[in-house]
Design a protein around this ligand. Structure first.
Ligand SMILES: Cc1cc2nc3c(=O)[nH]c(=O)nc-3n(C[C@H](O)[C@H](O)[C@H](O)COP(=O)(O)O)c2cc1C
Length: 207
């Protein structure tokens, strides 16, 4: 059976949405069954309007529910940074997963993270790092990206991404768009994650 993997993202201005589709392309190369989800917006239309946002109120993909997690072998979570950590929308989603925690429903599953920051040093690593407690308490293994992708060692230009996970840099006004290198790192992360989870799923079938 192919591994079932969810790409689960929240995006206020669309950058992470673009990364999510590049991640999806990488996962699909591995033969995984990929499901795309978005995380429920929690801000009001009025607040989003003041932030010059609103796209998250019209999601392109189904909104993830806690029970969807049970059906998946692995999850790649994407979200922009907020003060160097995950947005409240992500916390609000995990706050609904207490029932899954109580029954140990997610033990043995896998997760990775990709993100977007406004600035080059705005917290790509801290955003992934401070998300790990959600995974640890659920018994989910965090799968890092590592440094094997050459795009992570580029020094002659500004590129997002870290061994913690793929990333883009949106710019202070959100005008910078994901570069080819950043998107290729996303695809690489999807492919590596898909192989990792797929190997586990096949191994479990043999056990
Ligand atoms: C409340 C708030 C806090 C933010 N905090 C940070 C931050 O700590 N570091 C940073 O680089 N960018 C920060 N940003 C910028 C966002 O990360 C940026 O808008 C986002 O990466 C764009 O991704 P999206 O288009 O997928 O929403 C913040 C934005 C908001 C609205």
């Amino acid at each position: 059976m192919p591994a079932k993997i969810g790409v689960i993202y929240y995006s206020t201005y669309g950058h992470v949405g673009q990364l999510a589709e590049a991640v999806q392309a990488g996962l699909e190369k591995t033969g995984a069954e990929v499901k795309m989800f978005q995380i429920q917006e929690t801000l009001s239309e009025e607040v989003l309007g003041k932030m010059y946002a609103g796209g998250s109120l019209k999601p392109k993909y189904p909104i993830i529910t806690p029970n969807d997690l049970k059906e998946l072998d692995g999850f790649l979570f994407g979200f922009p940074t907020r003060y160097g950590r995950a947005p409240a929308q992500v916390s609000a989603f995990f706050d609904q997963t207490g029932g899954l925690w109580a029954s140990g429903a997610l033990i043995g599953k896998f997760a990775g993270v990709f993100t977007s920051t406004g600035g080059q040093h705005g917290g790509q690593e801290t955003t992934a790092y401070t998300t790990i407690p959600f995974f640890v308490h659920h018994g989910i293994s965090f799968v890092p990206l590592g440094y094997a992708n050459a795009g992570l060692s580029v020094l002659d230009r500004v590129e997002g991404g870290a061994p913690w996970g793929a990333a883009t840099i949106a710019g202070g006004d959100g005008s910078r768009q994901p570069t080819e290198t950043e998107l290729s790192i996303c695809t690489y992360q999807g492919e590596e994650f898909g192989k990792h989870v797929g190997t586990f799923v096949r191994g479990k079938e043999l056990a």
